[in-house]
Design a protein around this ligand. Structure first.
Ligand code: UDP
Length: 241
């Protein structure tokens, strides 16, 4: 099993198409688990059999979270329209769920971040029911007991990859309906605690540059997850052809 096997499973359409697809699943009461795959999780799969299993599982749908993942798909000759970030998908699904008065569960981020986001959503969508838990409880599997009892229409898990995705994967079989998405640092941005890159960086796929400039400690992570990742992808693609 190589990197190409995961890349083949990643959705190659637009962000709007995918949001519509996931929104429809939510409104029709289907069960859907979405992995917003960044290079980090694809690299983890090389060493961690559980992550590998998750990425190859029929249970999970995968979208390309980051321009490096889009580039990797293209290197393998796969169609890839654009990146589909956790924060964009989360925003669109929250709007759809909120406007339809659905039940939401937010798991992850610091207490002040997730409680602020829950409050904003309750104010904006008074007919929706919004539950939340911060991401620093000792036993996150126990948090899923609560989620299982509520059976929400939309559950966003913001703990960072791959922990958030492995957690959803351990529990997804318990649900007969509901959309579950691992959304990384999205709550920090959606709550307004952290500023997203200005539109120029988002449009030109250089959001990573903005993040490194603001948080230089991200440089090491960037190097491992993007430069090393694309080198690995090229090697794997060369072996295949
Ligand atoms: N986080 C959490 N519990 C933890 C570790 C992290 O809730 O034990 C949250 C953290 O507050 C942040 C998110 O997980 O909101 C991860 O953000 P990061 O930007 O590192 O993730 P990325 O989007 O890069 O995967």
């Amino acid at each position: 099993m190589g990197i190409g096997d995961y890349l083949e499973r990643i959705f190659g359409g637009t962000a709007e198409e995918y949001a519509q697809r996931a929104g429809k699943a939510m409104l029709e009461g289907e069960r859907l688990f979405v992995v917003t795959a960044n290079p980090e999780i694809l690299m983890h799969a090389q060493q961690n059999p559980k992550v590998r299993e998750l990425l190859l599982s029929k249970e999970a749908e995968i979208v390309p979270d980051g321009i490096s993942v889009v580039k990797a798909m293209r290197i393998f000759g796969l169609p890839a329209q654009e990146r589909i970030t956790g924060v964009d998908l989360a925003e669109k699904l929250l709007k759809m769920a909120g406007e339809k008065g659905k039940t939401l569960f937010l798991l992850g981020a610091k207490e002040e971040v997730v409680s602020a986001l829950a409050k904003q959503l309750r104010d904006r969508y008074p007919t929706a029911t919004v539950h939340y838990r911060n991401g620093y409880g000792k036993d996150k599997d126990a948090d899923f007991e609560e989620i299982a009892a509520l059976a929400p229409d939309l559950t966003l898990v913001a703990l960072g990859a791959p922990a958030q995705d492995l957690l959803i994967y351990r529990h997804i079989h318990r649900f007969s309906k509901g959309v579950f998405v691992g959304v990384g640092g999205s709550f920090d941005v959606l709550s307004g605690s952290k500023r997203r890159a200005p539109a120029f960086f988002v449009k030109t796929n250089t959001e990573w540059l903005y993040r490194i400039a603001r948080e230089p400690s991200r440089l090491g992570r960037f190097w491992n997850n993007n430069v090393k990742f694309l080198a690995e992808v090229k090697r794997a693609a060369g072996k295949r052809s």
